[in-house]
Design a protein. Sequence first.
Length: 39
Amino acid sequence: KEKEQLSSYDTVIRIVLLNYKLFKELKQEEKKLDYLVEK
């Protein structure tokens, strides 16, 4: 039983990290777009 909980917890962490990474990349893309628009 503990192992199941641990693996589901691990999955949640992976999803959160993945979403965070995607979010950061999106933010960086927005900055690049802003920079291009300013030029």
